[in-house]
Each structure stands twice: as C-alpha cells, then as structure tokens.
Design a protein around this ligand. Structure first.
Ligand code: SF4
Length: 335
C-alpha cells in the first residue's frame, strides 16, 4: 500500500527515466541497472516532480489510481524511489560530461605481426590521456604473440585492455587465470568462434561468442545486444551530447591506417607517417563524435539509447539514417 502519510513520490536522483516510443526505461546510474516501465508510468513520474500523488491521480480522473499505487509501491520496494511528505530542496542530477583528454579508447586490429611500432602508439595514447585499448585479433594467435603485444603496455598509463580473439585450445582455465594475474590491465576477453562453456573468472570478464571473426558481423553483434548495454553515469552523461561509439575513439586497421573505426573506408593516414594528434585535428575525423542517438533516425525513439553504444561504422555519408540494429523500438522486439 502507498504510504498514507506521504503525499509525494520521487525517484532517487540517480534514477532517470528515458522515454521510448512504446515504453520507457528507468536508468539507475548509481547501481548500474535498469527497469522497463510503461509510458503511462513515465508520465506519472514526470508529474511527480511537482505534484502530490493525489493530484496526479486526478489528471487521469482516478481511472488508474490502483495501478499508480501499485507501481509506486513496487518502485519503492525495488529502491528506485520513495515517498516523501514534501519535495522542496530536491536537486536534479547534473548531466554535464567532461573528459580531461583527447581520446578515451583505441581499437587496434592485429593480423600477424603489426606493421607499426606499438611503443610509439602507446606513447601517443598516453600523451592524449587515452585509458582503454581494444585489440582485435583477426586470426588465431599463439600466446607468446599476445604477450609480446602487451609487453610495451607495462610502462603506459593505459589501464583498461580488452582482447577480442578467436578461441584456441590453449585457453584453458589455468591459462586464463595465470594470464589475467600477470596482466591485470586486461579486463575483458571476448573469445570468438568458441563453442565451449567457460567458468566465471574473478579478475577478468570472459565472454564467449560463436561468431566468426569477421569484422562487420562482430561489431553488429557485440554492440547491439542487451549484453553490451551499459548503464552508468559516464555513459549516460556522455551520450546526452555525443555518439558513445565514435566519441574520442581512434583506430588502427590491420594495415596501420588510422581511422574512426577499422571497418570504415576513410583513412587519415598511416600511423608510421602521421601522429594521432594530427589525425584528430582533421575536422573530418570528429564528424561523428557529436552524432548523438537523439539524432539517429532508428534510435531516437529507443528507450535504450543512453545505455547502448551500438555503432554505425558504415562508409555512407548518410550515417544518421543508417542503423544496423536488431532491436525494433516500435515493436519492442529483437529480430
Ligand atoms: S535502436 Fe539504436 S539505441 Fe536502440 S538498441 Fe538499437 S542501436 Fe541501440
């Protein structure tokens, strides 16, 4: 039952409603979880910032009063909000996003021995305050080759490394455990072409995909699925004004060409001939950084748009029209 003595209900300030075409979602930016809700409840929560529950019910001529009570009780039980006697002095969560550096993440395609100097790459990333690197191994590799790629990282400030790598039989439980102890910067390993079940590991997150290591398929699958959704204050605030896939990202493709993303055709020069700084100072390079989901035709009505970094690395200039996503926010269905 609704708390009889309390006149108001408010979501906690870390819980924010994002409206979609057919339903809405509450993003809990502190506890990094989400809950889908009907749009009618989103409207009720919108009114709740300045109206008592009684007045909100009257807006609907008391038609939904029992439903409103039961939903508000549920949200209180699940710790998304609570009942109050008064709602003066509540402040909204500031949604500014700032990052003290030029880049946040770098994707490096690896096919055989890299055709560029990785020490130079990591040094430049350090200088630009980039904290994350993702290696995509296009072919199966020996463990010694992974080690030699990671070795130059030992003196860098890069703190987050992800490996996307075709599964090989030597990736036993013991191997992964000792590898992740030795390389604590490696926070996530995605095994592709893997049909085995692997146990959970304490230090590193391991994800298994049966997908073949074909770049386009990979990007679509990894970025546009609920398992890739990330509810966080950083992601939410960044996505208000930026495209969280492209923003502050740089890539080096298998041939050493600097791009926004390896699958894109536009290159900004070879890493042996041009610095990252010069590449990102090219105005074309930042073209998609501000392409927020609210401006992408297929995404602007999606309730997941501030937790999804689904990407659109399509060579077409009409990028805001293109969407390579299996989710249909109008049907609420994954195709
Ligand atoms: S429609 Fe857009 S925002 Fe929604 S899940 Fe797909 S890519 Fe992400």
């Amino acid at each position: 039952m609704t708390n009889k003595k309390a006149d108001y209900f408010l979501l906690f300030s870390n819980c924010v409603v994002v409206r979609g075409a057919k339903r809405s979602t509450i993003y809990d930016l502190q506890f990094e979880r989400y809950k889908n809700i009907p749009n009618l409840l989103a409207d009720v929560l919108g009114h709740s910032v300045d109206l008592p529950i009684k007045s909100i019910k009257l807006i609907y001529n008391d038609e939904y009063s029992a439903g409103i009570d039961s939903y508000l009780n549920l949200l209180a039980e699940e710790r998304f909000g609570t009942f109050y006697h008064s709602i003066v002095n509540f402040i909204k969560l500031p949604l500014d996003w700032k990052y003290p550096g030029e880049l946040t993440n770098c994707v490096i395609e690896v096919e055989g021995k890299p055709k560029f100097d990785l020490r130079k790459v990591f040094k430049e990333l350090d200088d630009l305050n980039c904290h994350s690197v993702q290696f995509w191994f296009l072919k199966k590799v020996k463990s010694v080759d992974i080690e030699s790629l990671l070795e130059p990282l030992s003196n860098s400030r890069i703190r987050n490394v992800e490996l996307v790598i075709p599964y090989n039989n030597y990736f036993s439980r013991q191997f992964i455990e000792s590898f992740s102890e030795k390389h604590p910067r490696v926070r996530r390993i995605v095994f592709t072409e893997c049909y085995k079940k692997l146990v959970k590991f304490d230090i590193v997150q391991v994800i298994i995909e049966s997908t073949k290591m074909e770049t386009i398929e990979l990007t679509r699958k990894f970025n546009n699925s609920p398992s890739a959704f990330r509810v966080s204050l950083g992601m939410f605030t960044e996505s208000q004004e930026h495209n969280t896939f492209f923003n502050k990202k740089i890539s080096i493709d298998r041939n050493g060409l600097i791009k926004n993303f390896p699958t894109m055709t536009k290159s900004f020069g070879h890493i042996n001939e041009i610095s990252f700084s010069d590449a990102i100072n090219n105005s074309e390079f930042k073209k998609f950084w501000s392409l927020k989901k609210d401006n992408i035709v297929g995404c602007k009505n999606c309730e997941f748009r501030f937790m999804c970094s689904g990407q659109f690395a399509h060579p077409s200039a009409n990028i805001s029209e293109l969407i390579e996503c299996q989710y249909d926010p109008l049907q609420l269905k994954w195709n």
